[in-house]
Design a protein around this ligand. Structure first.
Ligand code: ACO
Length: 427
């Protein structure tokens, strides 16, 4: 492949000598992109890129990641700035609309989200159909998908106002659905949303209050939860966001698409890793066992991986993990002895791994999941809800990407091809 600088084209020379000219396109920042969309038409060949390690699937204005430098920007704003200065709902507005809200927009948006928090009462019947030991992520997939059977007035994807209402409903109702999944699993009555409370306070109230007594708020916890939601709100074209886009590219309604995203997030290589980190730390149990587990992670014959370490895009410290380490310190000042032990263990594990040749050479650093579980656990949130919290936050990113895709006039149904390695025709 040669690069024709003058015309910003690359030339691909095929084995039989045919030359194909491919345009090189540029975004506002980030690496240049080779446009291969006409390749099959021109030469009858596909590209092969399992796991999409070198493939851009869309144009997007929402989030930018520089994985080598460890930079994450939402609509141009640094994640560290958003996490320290803005609320989750301000970040949600930014992701949805492209700019931070002024005071008027903020109060209208917060008011709109706050007044969409209740669910159609019949939805509560779904919960009774689940086994009491159902994983809350299983319930979340089902109930969010079922929203399309209730909110018919916001499923016409070609209507901008319906898309807006569906987006607000999803952002507003996710904490309610998530909290109900938890309450069902522990046999407690559902707690209705309280519109006097802020987004994260309301979420904690629905999770932990009971009708018999008043719930005492811990400001450090609700601030920490709000920041955790900001840090998980979006992350460009990750597996679950790409799933939402792919599902939506066929014209499916937003509730069905977000349900697909939840399913994708559930896996341990993606959003399920925060749960896996805590289980791993419990298994390691003591600083003196760290070496054994580091050796296991390095052993090619052993399937064990250091959970919360490594990332497809970050080849540097995940900036979200740094913010989370600081939040963990604030939350753990509140005397949670067990989690303090886990935190100390995690910090020691991080320091040993970051000085180990294997992790240095492969550029494996802590990712967002490494510290988030410790914080959530210290706040009293059970392990099975960790990925649910992630899903509540990521709903904002998913729905922003879904809107961007639907509004893109060039949007086509997503349809990757394959390298067929099965049987040739046979009788
Ligand atoms: N522990 C040990 N070795 C690792 C780890 C790890 N956590 N992560 C990657 N490696 C090694 C791989 O064995 C591979 O080695 P090789 O080149 O010798 O074969 C190399 O590093 C590259 O790993 P890949 O799996 O090819 O990298 P990929 O980009 O496909 O995977 C992933 C990224 C899935 C995140 C991976 O690092 C991993 O499994 N991490 C643990 C799970 C985790 O924390 N997931 C959360 C990700 S963040 C998020 O989704 C919110």
């Amino acid at each position: 492949m040669t690069n024709d600088k003058k015309n910003n084209h690359a030339k691909l020379i095929l084995p039989e000598g045919k030359i194909v000219t491919l345009p090189i396109i540029e975004g506002t920042i980030g690496p240049k992109v080779l446009d291969i969309s006409s390749l099959y038409k021109e030469v009858g060949m596909f590209t092969f890129d399992p796991g999409f390690t070198s493939t851009g699937s869309c144009r997007s204005k929402i989030t930018y990641i520089d994985g080598d430098k460890g930079i994450l920007l939402h609509r141009g704003y640094n994640i560290e700035y958003l996490a320290s200065e803005k609320s989750f709902l301000e970040t949600a507005y930014l992701l949805l609309y492209g700019n931070l809200p002024d005071e008027k927009n903020k109060s209208e948006f917060v008011n709109a989200i706050t007044t969409h928090t209740m669910l159609n009462e019949q939805i509560s019947n779904f919960y009774k159909g689940f086994r009491d030991n159902a994983h809350p992520m299983a319930i979340l997939c089902g109930v969010v998908g079922a929203m399309s059977a209730f909110y018919h007035d916001s499923t016409n994807i070609n209507n901008k106002e319906e898309r807006r209402i569906a987006s607000y409903r999803l952002i507003a109702k996710m904490p309610t659905i998530a909290a109900m999944a938890y309450k069902f699993s522990i046999g407690q009555p559902f707690v209705y949303p309280n519109n006097k409370l802020k987004y994260s306070e309301n979420f904690l109230n629905m999770l932990f209050s009971v009708p018999a007594e008043e719930y005492e708020f811990n400001q450090v916890f609700s601030d920490a939860l709000d920041k955790i939601l900001i840090l998980h709100a979006d992350h460009e074209q990750n597996a679950s966001t790409s799933t939402v886009r792919l599902a939506g590219s066929s014209g499916a309604n937003p509730f069905a698409c977000i349900s697909a995203g939840i399913a994708s997030l559930w896996g341990p290589s993606h959003g399920g890793a925060n749960e896996a980190v805590i289980r791993m730390l419990h298994k390691i149990d003591d600083v003196k066992h760290i070496k054994k587990y580091i050796d296991k992670a390095k052993d090619k014959e052993d399937p064990f991986r250091l959970m919360g370490f490594g990332h497809r895009v970050y080849k540097n410290y995940d900036p979200r993990a740094k913010v989370l380490q600081k939040i963990a310190e604030d939350v753990l000042k509140q005397e949670h002895k067990l989690e303090n032990k886990l935190f100390d263990l995690a910090k020691e594990l991080e320091s040993i791994a970051l000085n180990d040749e294997y992790f240095v050479e492969k550029k494996l650093y802590p990712n967002v999941d490494f510290y988030s579980g410790i914080i959530l656990k210290a706040m009293g949130i059970p392990i099975s809800l960790f990925t649910v919290i992630f899903a509540v936050a990521r709903t904002v990113g998913w729905i922003s990407h879904w809107n961007e895709m639907v509004e893109d006039k060039k949007n086509k149904i997503g349809r990757p091809r394959q390298l067929y390695i099965g049987e040739k025709p046979r009788n």
